[in-house]
Design a protein around this ligand. Structure first.
Ligand SMILES: Cc1cc2nc3c(=O)[nH]c(=O)nc-3n(C[C@H](O)[C@H](O)[C@H](O)COP(=O)(O)OP(=O)(O)OC[C@H]3O[C@@H](n4cnc5c(N)ncnc54)[C@H](O)[C@@H]3O)c2cc1C
Length: 452
């Protein structure tokens, strides 16, 4: 069995690794292998080009990393200093403790916060009285507005989700982005009641809080480097797909000026890049892939002398709600979030924007306005990622169900990546493993058929 994988980001590389582990010959094709994940070290600072961590609650990334022998290098975010600021009327307010994403589970921090008004706090209290409801999919804005009001949309849901999805809650699907809360609404009416019931017990007194995020001590790029060294990679794009002409060779791909035959194809190149490859072969599947909108993003990594940043950096960073936004949507204070990554005499501010073209001047203007940082940076590195963030818009679940059903009926075609069942790194790895498992099963049945 010979498999071609289009795309060598974490999804494609993980898929190739799992296939190879199953004894299947897989080749990754990608003009720029590694995808969004990469690490550079400048003046002793360990810096990420794209993603910087994964959610510890999702086990797939850690399982893969341990399996490839990098378990010792996993580190947790600095929980002792976990705190996030949200900008409100030009000043930083602490995100209340005990939020399950956007849902409050502790009374006191909500009563004390200045992030929203008393009427929103009152609504949050009354929300527990709601009755169970089954609703059609609706936007995150409609969902949160219905439960907690507009201030909770503007100062919780929008800034929190914008950093993850790079999109507007007015368009994102509640069923896809907040599936647990939609389930709570159906079961209990109140999402607060649901979140309280499912709340994990607090660590015993004196026990350290487990890190909510995990990363690699020397950067996320170490995972990519390890996988790249294990699998076959051809540094070229897949330019076209065509059905093969024998039962053994179900697919042909056009790469580096020639057609090559394979038994299976995994498209791990992003739905936006997969769409034009698939459309000439299977029109509706191509349309469904193309119907998933993608936005872009940029990360400016700004490094300063520590004394030039007149702030305690006493949090993981800050979020800027859309009503108060200039260029920066979110900023990570790398020194605080990740111990040991930045030398003590420097401060690194990792600034995230959904404007791919955002300029250094715009970022510096925001840092001056928000943090009073006016010094010349030691260095400033832009990483621009056009079309990198799939948008799970209203109706996403239904569209993906149709897409999955169609792809399942096309022999030898598989999808992996961030556009379908979750955008995080663990979700991508889960999708890669599912594609590899399906191919391995097909290989076993083909072998059994050949032995009959
Ligand atoms: C700025 C940013 C920060 C993020 N931060 C986090 C985070 O901290 N934690 C987290 O869990 N997630 C984060 N995410 C999301 C996560 O990084 C991505 O969902 C994940 O890395 C996607 O991996 P992938 O392999 O599916 O796609 P990619 O990494 O985009 O790789 C796709 C690959 O396909 C290749 N390709 C495209 N067209 C073709 C073709 N025709 N033929 C062959 N190859 C092709 C590209 O060159 C690329 O290398 C972040 C995303 C962004 C943009």
């Amino acid at each position: 069995m010979k498999v071609a994988i289009a795309g060598g980001g974490i999804s494609g590389l993980a898929c190739a690794y799992y296939l190879q582990r199953a004894g299947i010959d897989a080749t990754v094709f990608d003009p720029a292998p590694g995808g969004l994940i990469g690490t550079t070290t400048v003046e002793g600072c360990v810096l990420e080009t794209g993603p910087e961590s994964w959610l510890a609650a999702k086990p797939e990334a850690e399982a893969l990393i341990r399996e490839i022998g990098l378990g010792e290098q996993i580190m947790e975010s600095n929980e002792a200093r976990r705190r996030t600021y949200v900008l409100r009327h030009g000043s930083f307010e602490t995100l209340p403790e005990g939020l399950q994403l956007v849902v409050p589970t502790k009374i006191r921090p909500v009563l004390e916060t200045r992030l929203f008004s008393w009427s929103t706090k009152f609504r949050m209290g009354l929300e527990v009285l709601r009755s169970p409801k089954l609703m059609a999919d609706r936007s995150v804005t409609a969902f949160i507005n219905d439960h907690f009001g507009t201030e909770a949309v503007d100062y919780l849901a929008e800034p929190l989700l914008a950093g993850v999805y790079g999109g507007s809650p007015d368009e994102l699907s509640a069923a896809s982005v907040l599936p647990k809360f939609v389930e709570y609404e159906q079961r209990f009416g109140s999402v607060v009641v649901g979140a309280l019931r499912d709340r994990k017990p607090a660590p015993r007194s004196g026990g350290a809080r487990p890190g909510i995020f995990k990363t690699m001590r020397h950067g996320m790029g170490t995972v990519i480097d390890n996988l790249r060294a294990r699998v076959n990679i051809v540094t070229a794009p897949v330019e076209a797909l065509a059905p093969g002409d024998t039962a053994q060779e179900l697919w042909r791909i056009y790469v580096a000026g020639e057609w090559q035959g394979f038994d299976s194809i995994v498209l791990a190149c992003g739905a936006n890049h997969a769409a034009p490859l698939v459309a000439p072969v299977e029109e509706r599947t191509g349309q469904l892939l193309g119907s998933i909108p993608h936005t872009g993003s940029a990360v400016w990594t700004m490094a300063y002398r520590r004394e030039d940043v007149p702030h305690a950096l006493d949090a993981f960073g800050f979020l800027v709600p859309r009503g108060e936004r200039g260029a920066i949507m979110a900023c990570t204070w790398v020194n605080t979030k990740w111990e040991g990554r930045i030398p003590d005499d420097k401060a690194v501010l990792r600034c995230f924007s959904t404007n791919v073209e955002v300029t250094r001047e715009e970022v510096e203007r925001d840092l001056a306005r928000l943090m009073n940082v006016t010094a010349e940076p030691l260095f400033a590195l832009p990483y621009r990622w056009p079309g990198s963030m799939p948008q799970y818009t209203v109706g996403h679940t239904a569209r993906i169900a149709e897409l999955d059903a169609r792809v399942a009926r096309i022999p030898g075609l598989h999808l992996a990546g961030n556009a379908y069942h979750g955008v995080g790194i663990p979700d991508c790895i889960r999708s890669a493993r599912a594609a590899a498992t399906a191919i391995a099963r097909a290989a076993v049945s083909a072998q059994a058929g050949a032995n009959v």
